[in-house]
Design a protein around this ligand. Sequence first.
Ligand SMILES: Cc1cc2nc3c(=O)[nH]c(=O)nc-3n(C[C@H](O)[C@H](O)[C@H](O)COP(=O)(O)OP(=O)(O)OC[C@H]3O[C@@H](n4cnc5c(N)ncnc54)[C@H](O)[C@@H]3O)c2cc1C
Length: 413
Amino acid sequence: MFTPTPVEKQYEQAAPDDLRILVVGAGIAGITVAQLLRNDGRHPVLIERADDGSHPGYMLALMPMAEPALDDLGLRDRYRAASVQFEHYGMRSHTGRLMRVDPIGQILSRNGDYRGISRGALIDVLTGDGCTVSFGSTVTALTETPEAVRVCVSEAGVAHELEFDLVIVADGIHSDTRELVLGGAPVEVVDTEWGGWVAWAPADDKLDTGEELWGAGNFVGLYPVAGGIGVFLGGPRSDTAAGAPAFAERFRKALKVVDPRIDRALDAVATDPDPYYWALTDCRAPQWTTGRTVLLGDAAAGFLPTAGIGAGMAMESAWILAGVLRHADRRVLARLLGAYERAQRPRVQTAQDNSRQLANLMFHRSRTLAVLREVAMRFVSVETAIGPIRRLLREQLDPDAIAKSLVAGAVTE
Ligand SMILES: Cc1cc2nc3c(=O)[nH]c(=O)nc-3n(C[C@H](O)[C@H](O)[C@H](O)COP(=O)(O)OP(=O)(O)OC[C@H]3O[C@@H](n4cnc5c(N)ncnc54)[C@H](O)[C@@H]3O)c2cc1C
């Protein structure tokens, strides 16, 4: 539950803190880090551009790397109650035939749960019994000096000149604040030139099973959450320009087997009066930290949806950053941020590389390639396809260890 609060009131509460922290963006990463910092006794100011907490909902398949943050916030039970366990993953051929069903829940079970949850439900879980936030607020100017970061926050058109020790930039893949921090440094973007719509199909009796159909010039994915099934239907942007109903109809006609579940998913997209359109691009910032700022979540590395891991990595990064900051004071802040980036950036980029590789495999027009891919997929297991992600899950970082080695070093200098 969000607790809307004016920026000035939040700033007053932050003033006595040893580190005055601003978090920009109340999405998955921003809420997670703000709530973890509050759990540790600090009072970060959390601002959000949207005018309220309602967001066009979409589905998230959340990997186990989200769990340490949920555990530290004491929210694991609420999370389980608001989500469904993702046990099976079905793959269909480009003609619609079911090729295989893999026990994805069991494959990941050594590392934790793999669960489906809507974005809105996850935000409800993360905001818990209260999450102070200022809506309708953005950063319009930012100047970093060795002593502080001076920030101009515009709240409903009113400008506030404020000073912080640290600014956490978590305003998503199309971050504006990132530009203020990085100056002109270019952000690397992979554009698949595909895009598609997100809509909700009714719940059925297979809410433990997600499925995907990788077609020739089209793609549909079904991702169950509590009470419904999130659907993504996409293709090359030049084709989706025809509009959702026409694209869905063309897709249906191209199938030899139209399973009732796929049929309902296509209907859901075609009949949604205003389905959310998602252009499939990602982004990778060249650098995450300066002495007093840090990019977090999609603002640092925004993901293609292909590995279903952006939110998981955003929550993991938020947890590691909050853990490292537990050891921070003004003296060691810049060095701790550097250590955080050195430890976490390679992990996030490995996950992002995995998403990019899957996109290379998935997004094609050619029927011949689709057939060859289906032959290859008889021999490549899901375990192999997500091998790099499973390695990340096995080799979790310890934020205390990252911080302690550095802080100990600083003290003996
Ligand atoms: C359709 C869809 C399906 C997805 N499916 C999955 C999935 O299955 N599994 C998975 O792990 N990930 C998935 N993702 C990715 C996941 O949603 C993101 O990786 C995750 O939300 C990143 O969190 P974030 O906090 O960095 O960004 P966001 O959650 O996007 O939050 C950014 C916040 O910043 C706010 N904001 C923007 N600009 C400003 C500004 N200038 N000032 C203040 N606030 C601002 C925004 O309003 C928003 O609230 C999906 C994404 C989409 C779009």
